[in-house]
Design a protein around this ligand. Structure first.
Ligand code: AMP
Length: 583
């Protein structure tokens, strides 16, 4: 393994790298840096996020850029504002001992005039998102006529996000003589097309196997039904008390739904999606970086550019439509030499998606069983005991209180003390899981089937159509599915009568069902369709009642400060984590 100096970088750069704690180049840096410094050939680099690719393209550019000239010499395109800002900041850090180098970062959603002023002052290196870059070219504020390096970072993401036209425009604004450096974690057809059309016999380098996943990531799937998907997610969170991860969802609505449920159930979670303002997104991301949020529920797009290296888990609440996105999602964990776990919650129908992903990753998934209530309790208790064992005791601070405490507890022996302490912390938790069902059995149900027994998890709807309207169960299921309420909605019992009917859907989607029918105003056999929630007798079935949920506090399960809704933390089991440990 070489040093940065041996790769051909000058002393001001290596000094900055030492300051940053970069001791040795990563694989991609070792390959890319000497290649870019010594050759003007275009470069195609297969590199996942977290491999050190930013330094791999930035350092040779800093080495070669002419700091005595003010014109734009390098343009770096990145898919998101967050990633662009991160790259801009990194380059500033790398060039701190070359003060003449100026970096301008330009992105949408921010004041364009300010960015224009910055560009006017001169910046040898410009980092930008595709849309804003094109805007600035059109306004003649950004001149790329003398550009020597064009970097397309996360090219696959840029194309996924629909930036093909913008990439074409930027490419057209740059001279033929430039060197194009394309970095991508995956190489689907669209990326290969860019390489083919805009690059001349590029040199290929890779930081690992082409299109394969990180070997530091273990891939696990849990078989769920639509009814057990969310409870399974909670059990996974409960069996991993130190979880620090991203839960990926496919839509903004799903993201908000899951985050809201987790927050309401007392988990330390929040949502990140495109319906939030930029300021809200920044706040959520910062909280997550600071580990004030343990589980970030996010869409693929929103989570891009979030630079966090030590995620323990990535959870696919639903698998993405495109296999490439699974690679991206799972690549968020197992970074910078850490081990990570990527979990997929899949129903029977989705099982077929696993093999193509395995092929792409060149890695096998393991099927895991959803933890039982007993397993969760065991884990949580041992976790608490470990924390008790490892807690740092600050004798000075508690000294004054101890005599009174000792006196009060004088009549209790060691065993009694332990029993009381565990009961205090766990009674609510244990009673929540006391009669917990085996979700693995429930998950064997195929969702969406007619005639499923009515349960407390379902809401019964009245619909103003019946046999006279030629309604039958299959047509009713079709009508419900046409409303696009959610992916694979759980439909329960159906009763078709002469002029009206009843159907059940997953209680979690009762509001969404009402809203969808209202918004779509569907017609059936020439009639407008109306639905209403019917009053249902309270179920006496074996399930748990809401009031007994363990972390039902609307606040931070570990006592952190993410309670945006301002509810009081009355969570009886929160005591053991009031001061959340910094991991
Ligand atoms: P990137 O793939 O560029 O997003 O980098 C991933 C993370 O690794 C970032 O936090 C970098 O600061 C860090 N990093 C990159 N190169 C090195 C290196 N040679 N030594 C230590 N850390 C590095």
């Amino acid at each position: 393994m070489s040093t940065f100096l041996e790769l051909g970088l000058k002393e001001p750069i290596t000094r900055a790298l030492t300051d940053l704690g970069y001791e040795k180049p990563t694989v991609i840096q070792e390959k890319a840096i000497p290649q870019i410094i010594s050759s003007i050939d275009d470069l195609k680099a297969f590199a996942q996020t977290g491999t050190g690719k930013t330094a791999a393209f930035s350092l040779p550019i800093l080495q070669l850029a002419d700091e005595t000239k003010n014109n734009t010499q390098a343009i770096i395109l990145s898919p998101t504002r967050e990633l662009a800002v991160q790259i801009g900041n990194n380059i500033q850090e790398f060039s701190k001992y070359i003060p003449e180098i100026k970096v301008a970062t330009v992105y949408g959603g921010a004041n364009i005039e300010e960015q224009i002023r910055k560009l006017k002052k001169g910046a040898q290196i410009v980092v930008g998102t595709p849309g804003r870059t094109v805007d600035l070219i059109k306004r003649k504020a950004l001149k790329l006529g003398n550009v020597e390096w064009l970097v397309l970072d996360e090219a696959d993401e840029m194309l996924n996000m629909g930036f093909k036209d913008e990439l074409d425009k930027v490419l057209e604004a740059t001279p033929e003589t430039k060197q194009t450096l394309l970095f991508s974690a995956t190489f689907p057809r669209e990326v290969e097309a860019i390489a083919k059309n805009y690059m001349t016999t590029p040199v290929e380098i890779t930081s690992g196997e082409k299109n394969s996943g990180s070997k530091n990531v273990k891939h696990i799937y849990y078989l769920v039904s639509e009814r057990t998907r969310y409870p399974a997610l909670k059990r996974i969170a409960d069996i991993n008390p130190d979880i620090y991860g991203i839960i990926f969802c496919r839509t903004r609505r799903e993201t908000q739904e899951i985050a809201s449920k987790l927050i309401a159930d007392g988990y330390n979670a929040d949502a990140l999606h495109g319906d939030l303002s930029q300021a809200q997104r920044d706040t959520v991301m910062e909280k997550f970086r600071q580990k004030n949020i343990q589980m970030l529920v996010a869409t693929d797009v929103a989570a891009r550019g979030l630079d966090v290296n030590n995620l323990t888990h990535v959870i696919n609440h639903k698998l993405p439509d495109q296999i490439e996105n699974y690679t991206h999602r799972s690549g968020r964990t197992g970074r910078a030499g850490n081990q990570g776990i990527s979990i997929a919650l899949i129903n029977k129908k989705e099982k077929g998606k696993i093999t193509p992903i395995e092929r792409k990753l060149k890695q096998k998934f393991e099927q895991a069983m959803i933890p039982t209530g007993d397993e969760v309790c065991q884990k949580q208790i041992l976790h608490l005991i470990d924390r008790v064992k490892n807690i740092e005791v600050n004798e000075n601070e508690i000294e004054g209180f101890l005599p009174n405490i000792y006196e009060k507890l004088a009549g209790l022996n060691r065993e009694e003390l332990i029993q009381r302490f565990v009961s205090l912390e766990f009674n609510t938790f244990l009673s929540y899981y006391e009669n917990a069902q085996d979700l693995n059995d429930l998950s064997k149900d195929t969702s969406g089937k007619k005639g499923k027994a009515s349960s407390e998890n379902m809401t019964r709807f009245f619909i103003n159509l019946g046999r006279k309207d030629k309604l039958n169960p299959a047509r009713l299921i079709g009508l419900i599915n046409d409303q696009n309420i959610t992916e694979a909605l759980d439909i329960g019992a159906i009763d078709i009568l002469d002029t009206f009917s009843f159907f059940e859907v997953d209680k979690d989607y009762e509001q969404a069902t009402l809203e969808a029918f209202e918004a779509n105003s569907p017609e059936f056999s020439g009639r407008g369709v109306n639905i209403e929630i019917t009053k249902k007798e309270k179920s006496t079935g074996g399930g748990r009642r809401r009031g007994r949920r363990p972390f039902k506090d609307g606040g931070n399960r570990r006592g952190g400060n993410s309670d945006r809704r301002g509810k009081r933390n009355n969570n009886p089991s929160a005591g053991f984590g009031r001061k959340r440990r910094k991991r």
